[in-house]
Ligand binder design. Structure first.
Ligand SMILES: [Zn+2]
Length: 198
């Protein structure tokens, strides 16, 4: 293999879900088998890198000031659904069961893996709540130990004497399952079956 090929493969291998074999296969595909596709991919990567960023309010993907959901006047601003990752938000949106807004943490607390509150989009959530206007916080985080620890952290840090109702969505899923792997019907019933949290 050539140095440039190996460099490309090394970068591909760092992407989630790609190991040595799959990164090698993709690099070969791009450089040798279908090189005509490469310029369009490079352009798409450059355009996405320049245009897409985190929504400063909720952490969702955004182009422009706010993401499409935060900018949508018809959404119920008082109900904030807290999710681990953007694909969880997408799954809930697809279920059509939620008309509020979101907050994406980009992870969950995991001291074992060096993920503390500073590594997550948590301070912005607490600032959002402190600023007022949030009536209900719906914790749609995984029902595993780390998800539970994250829920505890959030409730412990809510403004004292505040009026925010905190609920946790009922999963109807095996322990350890998350929002992303639930089908639309399960998600809809999980949201409808949300319970008061602490
Ligand atoms: Zn947003």
């Amino acid at each position: 293999m050539t140095p440039a090929f190996e460099k490309l493969q090394k970068h591909l291998k760092q992407l989630p879900g790609l190991g040595f074999r799959s990164s090698e296969r993709i690099a070969l595909h791009l450089l040798v088998e279908k090189p005509a596709q490469l310029p369009a991919l490079v352009t798409a990567l450059e355009e996405a890198a320049a245009a897409v960023r985190r929504c400063p309010r909720c952490g969702n993907l955004a182009e422009g000031d706010l993401c499409g959901i935060c900018a949508d006047e018809r959404r119920e601003r008082g109900a904030v659904c807290v999710v681990e990752h953007v694909p969880d938000l997408v799954a809930i949106e697809r279920s059509g069961a939620f008309k509020g807004v979101y907050h994406v943490l980009h992870g969950k607390l995991s001291p074992m893996h060096g993920v503390g509150p500073e590594e997550l989009n948590l301070a912005a959530l607490l600032e959002r709540i402190a600023a007022g206007g949030v009536n209900e916080l719906i914790l749609a985080l995984p029902n595993d130990v780390e998800g539970e620890a994250t829920c505890h952290y959030i409730t412990e840090h809510l403004p004292k004497g505040g009026t925010v109702t905190t609920t946790r969505i009922g999963f109807g899923l095996p322990s350890g399952g998350g929002v992303l792997y639930a089908d639309a019907v399960t998600l809809k019933s999980a949201l409808e079956g949300r319970r008061g949290y602490r």
